[in-house]
Design a protein around this ligand. Structure first.
Ligand code: ZN
Length: 502
């Protein structure tokens, strides 16, 4: 065997070790979300911190550095797929080398303080409690962006962590077009949707019924229980230990059928993606989603595009009536379809409908970008938030609980993550357009509860590739063009009209 081949195998083995450690970390986190005894949270937090720093120390170890130094030599005589493995390996190591360990420790202390202050600020509905530590956190994020490196905008450093290859320059025109079209559409749709009845979704739905329903729905769509588990938690989540062990959770609220139904579908979409990654990629850095936005697209295409069609309502309603015969006795599948698609602006992002959700994301994107570029001060954040809410959604929060303190992301130091949610919607709309072109019987299949061809299409175009393709590669292969906002705008405009017609 040549030296290069030996080095390549050593690099594969190194990635395998890191992936094993990350799987162990995912298992600890899954347990933390599901079955951990109440008294064990502090010790679990210590275990997670230790494991995280162990992974980091492996990535910056002498062994890693030696392997990093032979990557260029190794690339000679390598196949295209081997080159992609080497690229992912180098990028991961470069990221780890760039940020000094001392800074990571300091940042982690500030983050945990920020989380405490955020909780306190929420309990007292008072943004000023969070303000000072958040200013410190933003200052450190600007420093972190310098360590990571960027060409034009410090915000790009973070965008790239979640959406490799993206930038403010790419996202700005997409989001601006989407914002203008959405605000326009919302004006015409709001009144038409006002009279849609949806109260039946918020009657008492037993936990036992919801538990049976969600397991049934996940399996029907295509989640594989041999290679995964399905449980319940306060925050619905998907954690993949590897493609053979994918763990989903959903949430039950006995006064809200919609929450459990659609968070189950959402997480199942994520889970099917993870289970569909090709087995040849196991224990490599390519055995992951192409980007967070592509991951979101796989949950959103199921949650919004497939499972909020009239045909899905036609299939699912008789099953829901089996689980909840009294609550849904007089509901037709037209009523159900309208209720789950009702457009109604909300102050809360996580409770928003498919149309107005993007305005919540664009608002956060604009504010984060301004904060990192020193165009907005943390002291003025609450006011800036409320102003944008009024301009985009016509609502003003009475309390910061329903305003700038509503999400945990900033308290965690996650800046640049929000855009992936909307990018996910844009990716999903393009996929939905071409999926419908390719699968001629798709609506008949959905009304029959046959989701195999959809799952196979997504597996072929997206899932199996893992990180061997970028988000841009995936979209260009499907549509022949880079990502645009027009497929989503077209989709949502037609959908809003269709809901009124029925
Ligand atoms: Zn998601």
């Amino acid at each position: 065997m040549s030296d290069n081949k030996n080095y390549f195998n050593e690099i594969l083995e190194f990635m395998g070790k890191i992936k094993d450690l990350r799987s162990a970390l995912a298992l600890l986190m899954w347990d933390q979300e599901t079955y951990i005894p109440k008294g064990a949270h502090t010790s679990r937090a210590n275990q997670i911190t230790t494991l995280e720093s162990l992974i980091h120390s492996q990535l910056i170890s002498k062994e890693a550095k030696n392997l990093f130094d032979v990557v260029e030599k190794c690339k000679l005589n390598c196949s295209i797929s081997e080159q992609q493995h080497l690229k992912l390996f180098s990028e991961e190591l470069e990221r780890a080398f760039k940020i000094p360990s001392k800074f990571i420790k300091e940042l982690s202390i500030v983050k945990s303080e920020a989380l405490d202050k955020w909780k306190q600020a929420r309990s007292e509905s008072n943004y000023s409690i969070f303000k000072n530590i958040f200013a410190k956190l933003i200052e450190m994020k600007i420093q972190e962006a310098e360590f990571i490196g960027f060409k034009e905008n410090p915000y790009d450093a973070f965008l790239n962590l979640y959406e490799p290859g993206s930038s403010v320059r790419m996202i700005d025109p997409l989001f601006n077009e989407l914002k203008i079209e959405t605000i326009q559409l919302l004006k015409s749709v709001k009144n038409q949707h006002e009279n849609i009845t949806y109260n039946f979704l918020y009657k008492y739905y037993s936990a036992d019924g919801q538990s049976k329903m969600s397991r049934f729905i996940a399996e029907s769509i295509g989640f594989n229980y041999i290679n995964g588990r399905f449980d319940f938690s306060v925050h619905p989540i998907t954690l993949a230990l590897d493609p053979k062990d994918v763990r989903l959770t959903t949430k039950i609220n006995v006064k809200d059928l919609r929450l459990c139904l659609f968070s189950t579908i959402h997480e199942t979409g994520h889970g099917i993606y993870e289970q569909g990654i090709d087995s040849s990629l196991y224990r490599t850095f390519a055995a992951e989603a192409a980007s967070i936005g592509i991951h979101e697209s796989q949950s959103l295409i199921w949650e919004n595009m497939i499972c909020k069609t009239l045909e899905f309502s036609e299939w699912v309603l008789p099953h829901l009536k089996r689980f909840f015969p009294d609550n849904l006795k007089h509901v037709s599948h037209f009523d159900f379809y309208k209720a789950i698609n009702k457009i109604q602006p909300s102050l809360i992002r996580s409770q928003s409908d498919e149309l107005t959700y993007n305005l919540h994301i664009i608002l956060r994107y604009e504010l984060e970008n301004a904060l990192l570029n020193n165009k907005l001060s943390v002291s003025d954040l609450q006011e800036a938030w409320n102003e944008k809410m009024r301009d985009y959604l016509g609502l003003i929060p009475e309390s910061p609980l329903y305003g700038c303190l509503q999400d945990i992301h900033w308290a965690f130091g996650d800046v640049g993550y929000f855009p992936s949610y909307t990018l996910g919607k844009l990716y999903a709309a393009t996929m939905w357009k071409y999926l419908r072109k390719d699968l001629k019987n798709i609506f008949k299949d959905i009304s029959d509860g046959n989701f195999i061809s959809i799952k196979e299409w997504l597996a072929d175009k997206v899932h199996r590739h893992g990180k061997m393709l970028t988000a841009d590669d995936i979209i260009r292969r499907i549509s022949g063009e880079p990502l645009s906002a027009s497929d989503f705008i077209d989709y949502i405009t037609k959908k809003c009209d269709r809901i009124i017609e029925n």
